[in-house]
Write a protein that binds this ligand. Structure first.
Ligand SMILES: Nc1ncnc2c1ncn2[C@@H]1O[C@H](COP(=O)(O)OP(=O)(O)O)[C@@H](O)[C@H]1O
Ligand SMILES: [Mg+2]
Length: 251
């Protein structure tokens, strides 16, 4: 399913944060949105997910307008939040089922089967009884993904999926993002400021600065882009060893 962002504007009160964003995410591709902190990346994801009232323009999820038919557009989307946003008072299994239970009734056996299937897919088989406090940062991110996947979304949105993780755990999460796309075919938008990770997962890269798209292109084009801000990031990634060899991971 494609995601088309058309001249999207978003303001928080009197402050405009997104200034006419145009972007197309092709079916099944992983588009990574990069950019410095405060550039509007999370805001963009939330607009795509129909979580914020769009000020101008629109987002089409497989042709369905988020502005005009938010419920219908949202039904096709899964979002993995930056801090996983787990409910601390619910165990892993109930966290995974949280979104699904708001959409439809599940009998206990169906619920158990769905949880088992999604936890298996994110490498957490058998962990349904644990509480969030018992999970590592990487496990929390995996549960967040399992919760999004339980809705069988055609579009997956990830906000900083590797932030706060050590390099080895971040690497595993990056692999999981690519595996998930390969397995489900979900069109994926990944917000990240970790360039090593970007070069591992992205088909294309968008660079957002102060609410405008200042670069959009393939990973190859990104690596040779001459724009300030991008050059420094790519140089930094090349100097990282040995996980920085992820530069070549998908070539
Ligand atoms: N709920 C909000 N109310 C007002 N301003 C906000 C809100 N959320 C974010 N902003 C502002 O919008 C800008 C973009 O934020 P955000 O989308 O979170 O950026 P990023 O994810 O790229 O770091 C920032 O200046 C931020 O302070
Ligand atoms: Mg953010």
């Amino acid at each position: 399913m494609s995601v088309v962002v058309q001249d999207l504007t978003l303001a928080y009160g009197a402050t405009t944060v997104l200034h006419g964003i145009d972007l197309t995410v092709e079916p099944g591709e992983v588009l990574v949105v990069m950019g410095s902190s405060g550039g509007g990346k999370t805001t963009l994801l939330k607009c795509v997910a129909g979580l914020l009232p769009i000020t101008g323009g629109d987002v089409l999820v497989d042709g369905v307008s988020v502005r005009r038919e938010p419920e219908k557009a949202r039904a096709r989307l899964g979002m993995v939040f930056q801090y996983a946003a787990l409910f601390d008072y619910l165990n892993v299994g109930d966290n995974v089922l949280f979104g699904v239970r708001r959409q439809r009734r599940l009998n206990p056996a169906e619920g158990r089967a769905l949880v088992a299937e999604q936890l298996e897919a994110v490498g957490l088989a058998g962990k349904e009884g644990l509480m969030p406090a018992e999970l590592s940062g990487g496990m929390r991110k995996r549960v967040g993904l399992a919760r999004a996947l339980a809705l069988a979304p055609s579009v997956l949105l990830y906000d900083e999926p590797t932030s706060g993780l050590d390099p080895v755990t971040a690497y595993a999460i990056d692999q999981l993002i690519v595996e998930t796309r390969d397995r489900t075919g979900a069109t994926s938008v990944v917000v990240s400021h970790d360039v090593t990770s970007v070069l591992r997962v992205a088909d294309r890269v968008a660079f957002l600065e102060a609410g405008r798209v200042v670069f959009l292109g393939s990973v190859e084009e990104f690596k040779s882009a001459e724009q300030a801000g991008i050059v420094e990031l790519v140089t930094l990634a090349r100097s990282e060893a040995p996980l920085g060899s992820g530069l070549q991971a998908r070539e």
